[in-house]
Design a protein around this ligand. Structure first.
Ligand code: GTP
Length: 178
């Protein structure tokens, strides 16, 4: 007897960005809904799974996390393969982390031109220490054909929306046959 799968779509998403921008905290917040202030820096690659409902479809997400360090370039090819979407995280209090997104996006677009990219300014709870304005983030993302959002893994701001917006864009591209 055939068993119906527990989901309508299976999507592979990536989390990329400079070290310490909060990728692991965002992933944990999204998959487990908690925030821890101390994490052991990610070693290599890890992924987590969560099934969500978007537009009445059950979407099983496999979200891959990297350590954001020098190994990124070497592993990027294998890591990017088969990904339908990627989330590029920077820290709004750290301008250098914003510049890193630019480099990562270029590699990503080369490897995976049809995937949907999303630029994420994390740590928006640290408004007093802000170094990258929302307008800068928004216009950079727009120029690169990416979605944009600001989040706080700490205060649980826009974390769910970040993933849902990305999934909606991926599904609508698929349905549009792009
Ligand atoms: P690597 O694994 O080294 O690449 O780091 P990462 O990008 O996965 O960052 P991680 O999630 O480990 O978070 C780095 C630091 O930023 C930790 O001290 C977190 O507590 C802190 N952090 C993460 N998200 C937020 C946030 O939204 N607001 C604030 N204030 N701190 C955050």
């Amino acid at each position: 007897m055939a068993v119906a799968p527990a989901y309508d779509y299976l999507l592979k998403l990536l989390l990329a960005g400079d070290a310490k921008t909060g990728k692991t905290c965002l992933l944990i917040r999204f998959t487990e809904d908690v925030f821890h202030s101390i994490y052991i820096s990610t070693i290599g690659i890890d992924f987590k799974v969560r099934t969500i409902e978007v537009d009445e479809k059950r979407v099983k997400l496999q979200i891959w996390d990297t350590d954001g360090q020098e190994r990124f370039r070497e592993i990027s090819q294998a890591y990017y393969r088969g990904a339908m979407g990627a989330i590029f995280v920077y820290d709004i209090t750290n301008e250098d982390s914003f510049k890193v997104v630019d480099q990562m996006l270029s590699v990503f677009k080369e490897e995976n031109p049809h995937a949907v990219g999303m630029v994420v300014g994390n740590k928006c709870d640290l408004e007093n220490a802000r170094a990258v304005s929302s307008e800068q983030g928004q216009s950079f993302a727009g120029e690169r054909g990416c979605l944009f959002i600001e989040t706080s893994a700490k205060d649980d701001v826009n974390v769910e929306k970040m993933v849902v917006d990305l999934v909606e864009a991926i599904l609508s591209r698929r349905e549009g046959g792009e």
